[in-house]
Structure formats: C-alpha cells, structure tokens
Design a protein around this ligand. Sequence first.
Ligand SMILES: [Zn+2]
Length: 85
Amino acid sequence: MMLDPQADLGRRAWLPCVFCGSNAPLYLLHCEVNLVWVQCRKCLHRWWHDTGVGHPRDPQQLFDAARFEWLTSGPGSTSALPGPL
Ligand SMILES: [Zn+2]
C-alpha cells in the first residue's frame, strides 16, 4: 500500500489505528459530514471513520430516523411522516 498523495502532516486525526493499533496521529485525507477518510502512518491502511457527529447521508437512515421519531412521538403529531411498516 502506498501513502496517499493527499496525505498531509498538517491535517491529522488523533485516532488509534483499527488495523495495527498505532497511536500515532492518522493522516486526515478527506471528510464527509460525519465521516473522515483517514490513513495510518504506520501500516498505511485507509478507512472511513465514523465520528458519530452530524447527520448520516444515507437516505435509508434518514427514513429510519423519521420513522423512529414518528413512533416515539406517537401518531397524529404529524401526518407528513411515514407510518410504521
Ligand atoms: Zn495502522
């Protein structure tokens, strides 16, 4: 595996590597809402890390979240959201 051309020591993510367990800062290559594309400096593995913040982009997840809200707030609170399956 090669070092990503986007790897820049100025942009780092302080996360442990999920592949080799290295505690050295990871290269932060790209980020998308709640996901960051990181590369380990030691083993050069790359992966998407979910930071758990922000809103998921997957439409199915948005639908599930809307339905969950509908279920927890009870029917009748809004008619615009989908009902339970
Ligand atoms: Zn690693």
